[in-house]
Structure formats: C-alpha cells, structure tokens
Design a protein around this ligand. Structure first.
Ligand code: ATP
Ligand code: MG
Length: 402
C-alpha cells in the first residue's frame, strides 16, 4: 500500500513573486498547527504546493476528514486526497486504480473519467501524453464499463511526477481561498454577538490578517449571555486559525452614564465612538493597524453615511467595513457558510439593546456630537475600560502577544 497524502494547492500565493517562500511557510505553519492532533507524519513544500504526509494505517474516511479540515484554512484553494508512490509505471497503475475506486465510492459511483498526468522534470523518461495513455488504458481494463471523457468527466485521475516521487489522486475538495492568516498584519474587529460582525472578521482573516476582537458586554447592566455567544463564535473561527484573542469589555455602566448625560438621539453614536476609541487603544497595545466593523450602508439608523463619518472621526486608525455594500441576505448566506449564523441568531441582550433611544439620530453632525461628548469624562473612561478589558486567548499559529 502507498503512503496517503493530501496535496494542498494555493493559487494566490503563487502570484507573490519573491515573497512566495514566506507565504508558503506561513501557510505550512498554520496547517501544521491546526492538524496537531491529526495522524500526520510531516508537511513539506513540494513544487508549488504543500504535501501533508499521513500516518500509515489511516483509512480513506479519516484522510478525507483531515482534508476537509484543511479546506477551511485561509490560503487553501484546493485539497486533493491521494497517494505518494515510486516513479514506476506499475506503481502508477496500482495507485490510480485505488484512487479511482475510492473517489468513486465517495461520490456514489461514476460513469466517466480521464487521466491528467504531468511531470515537472524531463528526467522522467515517459512524457505526460504517454502517461495519460498508459494509465488510461490500465484503468479502462480495470473498469471496462466506464467511459473515458475529456470534457467534464465525473472523475479526473491526476498523476504528478515531482522530483523523485509521484503523487496520484482522484478526489479534490474546494478550499476557502484567500491568503494565510499572518501574511497581512493585525487588525482589531469590533465583534458583537450579531450576524454581521463575525462575517466581517472572517473576511479580514481570509485576506491574511491576524484578527483580534473586542466585545462590549452590557455587563453589569445585563447578563453575560452575549459573551457566551461570542465565545461560541470564537470557537468556530479557532478551528481554522482565524482568531487570536478577544477582549471582553464590561460596558453597561458607561452606557448608563451616557444615557443620562447626552441627548437620546445621540446615544448610539456616542456608544459607537467610545467603542472605537477603546478599540483603538487596544490596537495600540497590540500593534494592530486597523479597526474592522460589520456595518453595512443604511442597514440601521446608525449606519448612514453621516453617522459612519462621525464614528470614523473618533479615531485616527483606518476603519474597515468589509460588508458596507453587502445585503443582509448575502451576509446571512455567508454566515451560514462559515458556521456562525446559528449562534448569532440566538437572542442575547448585549450593550446594543441597552438604553436604546426611541428615535436615534440618522444624520448626526460632528460639531454637535463633539459638544455632547465633551460632557463625558473620556480621559478617565478610556484607560479605565482598557484596563477592565478581559483577554480570552484562542489557538492561532500566527499570533504572538507583544
Ligand atoms: P452586528 O450583527 O455585527 O451586531 P448590527 O447590524 O447589529 O451588526 P450594530 O448593532 O449597529 O449593527 O453594530 C454595528 C457594528 O458595531 C457591528 O457590526 C460591530 O462591528 C460593532 N458593534 C456593535 N455592537 C458591538 C458590541 N457589543 N461589541 C463589539 N462591537 C460591536
Ligand atoms: Mg448588533
């Protein structure tokens, strides 16, 4: 029997020119970390892809479970399950037969197939065309009632001769794409227990940012229910190495004071500006370079262009809103795909639901907001809230606390 492998393909990394090696190493380390408890011997870079070598005796089902786990890791375009074998025709035949049978079983049968062979060096005497013909002929003998089809076959059996070995596979799973976490710096995400902000965080993680989050809890004015939901959301992201740390900030008392001190219409804007300022202070501590929110234009009263501008003016760091042009239904679909929707759909009072005015201002004016804000002792509050922030850490290979 041949050694089982998962080949990990990554198209975007391939475009990075001289940075390519560091991107590959980053992806390799992220995968290694996430597969720590899986039966893996080693992971190596092999000619434009990563190869995960699986321990002897692992069956096809377990290998596929491992491959499925890899598909969720940012930077992975595709994962193929197959075998490493010697550079000999006889080995190709056997491995191709096995790979095709297993792929057929996984998809519940097949009618057509093709062989796609490749050699990355001409030091292997048989060229790819000949390999296609020879391996194809062998598979036709093995599966006489199946058709060879060049266009859209049910199964493609790949044979890749790379350096001193060959890799044969017939089943590939699509990955999430993007860039490996840790290749694009650090951001702080404002993470509520709602539907939107987890999706915003995911988008930045997928583009290679190490994501830290801050969650403002209504505690002690509310229960800690929203904190538990945020913890569950974090566990979803942790499975693919997409979250490093969450700061939970008890915010209820400050909201109560804001509600007492500023005109009702400006409360929400005031909460939001204070959240931004606390997030910015945490970003300075963490050497993070941007803030991220789940806002979408016009979705609620606080998300008009005027109000977004007034919120931005509270901080000097860039504020990214990856969902700004995304419809609610599209956000829901994405939340379902990434696995946070069911958690976010549970009701939990957080600071969003606390001390809400009946009609929030939709066209806030910066000078009025700044005048109202001057009634608040922010110079005391911000350091106090930062001090009170409770860090919760998650497994993320790309994060080292400063
Ligand atoms: P979400 O579903 O992400 O909560 P939303 O549609 O409910 O978004 P808002 O409540 O207006 O919108 O919040 C806008 C953004 O402000 C959120 O996407 C999030 O980034 C941030 N935010 C809101 N509440 C909190 C909170 N309690 N803790 C941290 N960030 C928050
Ligand atoms: Mg919300």
């Amino acid at each position: 029997m041949f050694q089982r492998v998962c080949l990990v393909h990554y198209h975007e990394i391939g475009l990075k020119g001289h940075n390519r090696a560091s991107f590959e190493v980053r992806l390799l380390k992220n995968i290694e970390f996430i597969l720590a408890s899986y039966p893996v011997v080693t992971i190596k870079r092999i000619s434009g892809r990563l190869c995960v070598f699986i321990k002897e005796g692992v069956d096809y089902g377990s290998a596929c479970a491992l491959a499925d786990r890899i598909t969720h890791i940012p930077g992975v375009a595709r994962v193929s399950c197959g075998f490493k074998c010697p550079r000999e025709l006889e080995a190709f035949y056997q491995a191709a037969g096995l790979a095709l049978s297993e792929a057929a079983e996984a998809r519940g049968g097949f009618e057509s197939f093709k062989v796609s062979a490749r050699r990355n060096h001409t030091d292997f005497a048989i060229d790819s065309l000949q390999m296609n013909q020879l391996v194809g002929a062998h598979l036709c003998n093995l599966f006489p009632d199946k058709a060879v089809r060049m266009k859209q076959p049910d199964i493609t059996v790949s044979v890749e001769v790379v350096q001193s070995a060959a890799y044969v596979y017939a089943r590939s799973l699509a990955g999430v794409g993007g860039l490996p976490v840790g290749s694009s710096g650090r951001v702080i995400c404002l993470l509520s227990a709602g539907i939107d902000s987890p999706v915003a965080l995911w988008r930045l993680a997928k583009r290679g940012a190490v994501c830290l989050a801050v969650h403002f809890s209504g505690r002690p004015q509310t229960s800690a229910a929203s904190e538990h939901l945020v913890e569950d959301i974090a566990r979803v992201f942790e499975a693919s190495g997409c979250i490093a740390r969450i700061y939970v900030v008890p915010f209820g008392d400050h909201q109560r004071q804001i509600a007492a001190l500023v005109p009702p219409g400006l409360r929400v804007i005031m909460y939001r500006r204070l959240m931004m300022k606390v997030a910015e202070a945490l970003a300075a501590r963490e050497h993070a370079q941007a803030l991220v929110t789940g806002e979408s234009l016009g979705q609620v009263a606080s998300q008009t262009l005027e109000n977004l501008a007034v919120t931005d003016a509270a901080v000097s760091l860039p504020v990214f809103r990856p969902l700004i042009g995304t419809d609610k239904q599209e956000i829901i679909d994405e939340a379902q795909r990434i696995g946070t929707f069911a958690i976010s759909s549970q009701d939990a009072p957080d600071c969003c639901t606390l001390f809400m005015p009946r009609s929030p201002e939709t066209h806030a004016k910066l000078d009025q907001v700044i005048a109202a804000e001057s009634l608040l002792p922010l110079d005391e509050w911000i350091p106090r809230l930062v001090e009170a922030a409770e860090p919760h850490d998650y497994a993320c290979a790309a994060y080292r606390p400063h």
